[in-house]
Write a protein that binds this ligand. Structure first.
Ligand code: NAP
Length: 248
């Protein structure tokens, strides 16, 4: 029987947890501990960092983990790199559950940038009203500019951008809701990470309909690892050792 460590913090991880619990697979769910009120899970939960690659490798050995499923956010590159290294060290089977990246459609005005610094540079020099939809990490990079920011967090948190409007809400978001939000705040630009998936895509559809430019930050580098695109594919891999849909 497999014994699974599921690295979470995404809606995909919650769906994975439901599938594992429903199938009676022995598993532990791991949160980084970034939010004050993490979603309850139908599996035993541990919270907090492991202490780098060595700490994660020790945990895998101590807990007799046979399979690690990395369902962290595509921008959580450090923990994903640590998972690749720790699994290699301990001969633990590794699978990433990762959303397909978003691709532009007709009518989109996307400016694709490699990182946060490039996103800052892509904003106009004149004052703009920016929906800065990148979570609450790394906001300092946008301080000191003439723009008004709209921020959205899963729970109330201090933030470094003076005068910013803050909305506390947890996805999945709707197109109607994001259209209304962006119109109410007179948004002229959207800055987002290319997270992929459906839960956070509403803002892109809203921007498309409002003909607003989107500054989209590309995903960070993660070392090569096998990837599944669905919970069902991961379950198949766990039970039958089936190959991943895509190896990167
Ligand atoms: P990160 O930069 O890749 O990781 C930084 C450190 O946080 C890791 O080295 C690890 O500490 C710890 N960590 C991260 N995810 C963990 C997990 N699931 N369980 C235990 N420890 C974890 O990660 P991040 O970008 O800060 O993201 C943190 C969490 O928020 C992740 O669970 C991710 O799925 C979620 N999230 C991130 C974003 C985003 O845009 N980055 C968006 C939505 C949700 P140690 O080295 O001490 O083990």
């Amino acid at each position: 029987m497999p014994r699974v460590l599921l690295l979470g913090g995404t809606s995909e991880a919650s769906a994975m947890a439901r599938a594992l619990a429903g199938a009676g697979v022995e598993a532990v769910f791991s949160y980084a501990g970034r939010t004050a009120s993490p979603i309850a899970q139908p599996l035993p939960v541990r919270i907090g960092g492991f202490g780098g690659v060595e700490g994660l490798a020790d945990y895998l050995r101590e807990q007799a983990i046979t399979h690690l499923v990395d369902a962290t956010h595509p921008f959580a590159a450090q923990i994903s790199a640590n998972a690749v290294a720790a699994c290699a060290q301990t001969s633990t089977a590794l699978m990433a559950l990762e959303r397909e990246a978003w691709a532009p459609q007709d009518g989109d005005d996307w400016r694709i940038v490699p990182d946060l610094e490039a996103a800052v540079a892509a904003l106009p020099s004149d004052p703009a009203r920016v929906f800065l939809a990148i979570g609450r990490q790394n906001l300092e990079a946008f301080a000191g500019l003439p723009h008004h920011y709209l921020l959205r967090f899963v729970d109330p948190a201090p933030q470094p951008l003076s005068g910013a409007s803050v909305v506390v809400d947890r996805g999945p978001f709707t197109v109607a809701g994001d259209l209304a939000l962006m119109q109410a705040h007179g948004i002229t630009h959207v800055v987002a990470k290319n997270a992929g998936g459906s839960g956070a895509a509403a803002k892109l559809e809203a921007a498309r309909r409002l003909r607003l430019p989107v500054i989209l930050i590309e995903r960070p580098f993660v070392p090569a690892r096998p990837v599944c695109r669905s919970v069902e594919a991961v379950m198949c891999w766990l039970h039958a050792g089936a190959p991943a849909e895509r190896g990167v």
